[in-house]
Write a protein that binds this ligand. Structure first.
Ligand SMILES: [Fe+2]
Length: 548
């Protein structure tokens, strides 16, 4: 079963979102936006323009005719009719429904931005139907959730990546390259991928293209390698990027994407949140693991070798144009990598659903990701070559990636990042170990959410058979049980505790004497602010102790 996820664009939903659109336009360097509407909604469109103008320019032209040629951003104030009229206009655009009826007409992405500002949209039922239809449309019918949606006062959701999934999804690559006008792509990968023969799956389909391969990406991407690849890109006169590999290759790809698009030799200039403008280099990501969801996430972590620190970049403009999920590429992943990357994806989904940045679109993606992991992770351990399970895990990783990229994550990642940084424990191992005790730690704040997740984690039958007050505990128990089975199926390599993560010589990677440094580092991690429960130094020490 092939699935194609359309780019969701950016949904700005709730209070004061028109003002938010103004700052998005500033980031796109928009010079001459025009509000376009129909004659009968002129008055409302002028009101909408007034809400945009203070943060942007002194006055915004509003027309019910065609916008002038010099206009470089269309603000379509209305519903389906306007969206359809300008569907083929290649200028960037935002659709701003001015009434509940306008919003009710929209059942999927129709423009780069969709602004549902609560100044115009009031009907909760219509909001909910819209959010369900939107998630359903952008996930090719996968994302949906039982029960009512929780709609916060305001949220933003974006994904600009189109996702192509299937057992031979790589066969789409030549078409996607041609559509983007690419004839001389630079392929980024690592030596491990070349050694196991995976790169051949890619070169089999790119016969008609002048490809150049860089296969020297280290396990942790860094600014020196990004600069080296960017020079190669220019010297070899490349016209597009394909990142083919695991998390580090994809993150390096995002760094090169930024560097060659902006001719930026110092990446640090663009570090932080939402500082990156729209990038124009064609960029396709092909993951060879199912866990990070990096092909759709807005984040890249790249170490700055000269300054000796890890730098985080967050922007929807870092998302690749296309992500290709070819089930064959993960079929030969060793069992312990399948298990820890699967638990990484589960951590993304569960944290997206239970942490403070949750929103109704990320919730629907997260929910489906949890179901897919439930249905495919353990069976995949028994039948690793089965493409249906590999496909399920790739889709889960992708949906969980979309979810957490828009909701952020909490303490599983706060502590996990620092255990990884200080002791070099693989990220997926940290996630497997930290997920259950972190949910216990947050228990009081997230009990209803955990109870709600139980059917996705354990199946409807188990959820029905569990008494209401027990559901949340049962959800955590289900994850512990998954870890236990994964440990058994990997001959003990899937860890449940930090003391079990050892070097080849049997030496533990984490010593109790590292706890203080881990806790100190964790306090500086950006995800800490999204954790539902306050997390202090002593609390982190306690959780680490419990996980040892
Ligand atoms: Fe993660």
């Amino acid at each position: 079963m092939n699935k194609v996820f359309k780019p969701a664009g950016t949904v700005l939903f709730g209070r004061a979102m028109l003002a938010q659109l103004a700052s998005e336009m500033a980031l796109l360097n928009v010079k001459y936006p025009v509000v376009v509407t129909l004659p009968d909604t002129m008055k409302k469109a002028v009101r909408a323009a007034g809400k945009l103008a203070p943060g942007f320019i002194s006055s915004l032209p509003v027309t019910s005719g065609d916008p002038p040629e010099e206009c470089d951003f269309l603000i379509l104030a209305g519903g389906r009719a306007l969206a359809d009229r300008y569907a083929v206009d290649s200028r960037p655009k935002a659709l701003v429904p001015l009434t509940d009826r306008h919003l009710a007409e929209i059942d999927g992405p129709v423009s780069d931005f969709l602004v549902a500002d609560s100044g115009f949209i009031r009907d909760r039922k219509i909001m909910e139907t819209f959010l369900r239809n939107y998630a359903f449309a952008v996930s090719d019918g996968l994302a949906q959730i039982p029960g009512n949606l929780k709609i916060p006062p305001a949220f933003t959701y974006s994904c600009r990546t189109a996702v192509h999934s299937g057992d031979e999804a790589l066969s789409e690559l030549p078409r996607l390259l041609r559509e983007q006008g690419v004839t001389r792509p630079l392929v980024l990968t690592d030596k491990g991928i070349v050694a196991v023969g995976l790169l051949e799956k890619l070169t089999e389909v790119t016969g008609g293209f002048d490809i150049e391969v860089f296969d020297d990406i280290p396990p942790d991407s860094n600014s020196r390698v990004v600069n080296r690849i960017s020079r190669l890109y220019r010297e070899k006169d490349r016209d597009g990027l394909i990142a083919f590999g695991g998390g580090s290759v994809l993150d390096t790809g995002k760094g090169v994407y930024l560097n060659v698009s902006l001719q930026a030799d110092d990446l640090g200039e663009w570090a932080g949140s939402n500082r990156i403008p729209r990038l124009t280099t064609p960029f396709i990501a092909v993951p060879t693991t199912s866990g990070t969801g990096s092909e759709v996430t807005k984040a890249a972590v790249i170490s700055d070798e000269d300054r000796g620190r890890k730098v985080l970049f967050i922007s929807s403009n870092l998302q690749p144009d296309h992500g290709i999920l070819d089930s064959r590429l993960t079929a030969s992943l060793p069992p312990h990598l399948t298990s820890i990357t699967g638990m990484d994806a589960l951590s993304h989904a569960v944290e997206a659903f239970t942490c403070l940045g949750k929103n109704p679109l990320s919730d629907q993606m997260a929910w489906k990701a949890v179901e897919l992991i439930r249905d495919h992770l353990l069976p995949c351990m028994d039948d690793p070559q089965d493409l249906e399970h590999r496909r399920g895990l790739a889709l889960a990783s992708n949906l969980a990636g979309q979810a957490f990229s828009n909701s952020m994550v909490g303490m599983v990642h706060t502590v996990g990042h620092s255990v990884g940084g200080v002791c070099h424990v693989p990220h997926g191992s940290c996630m497997s170990i930290l997920l259950p005790p972190s949910l216990e730690y947050n228990y009081e704040k997230i009990e209803p959410l955990l109870a709600e997740l139980l059917p996705a984690l354990a199946g409807q039958e188990t959820a029905d058979a569990t008494a209401a007050p027990e559901k949340a505990r049962k959800a955590i128990e289900t994850i512990r049980e998954m870890n236990r089975i994964l440990k058994e199926k990997t001959g003990g390599r899937h860890p449940e505790r930090f003391s079990e993560v050892v070097t080849r010589e049997g030496k533990p990677l984490v010593e109790k004497s590292d706890f203080q440094e881990i806790a100190r580092t964790a306090l500086g991690d950006g995800s800490i602010v999204y954790n539902p429960e306050e997390l202090r130094f002593e609390d982190i020490l306690r959780v680490l102790e419990e996980c040892y």
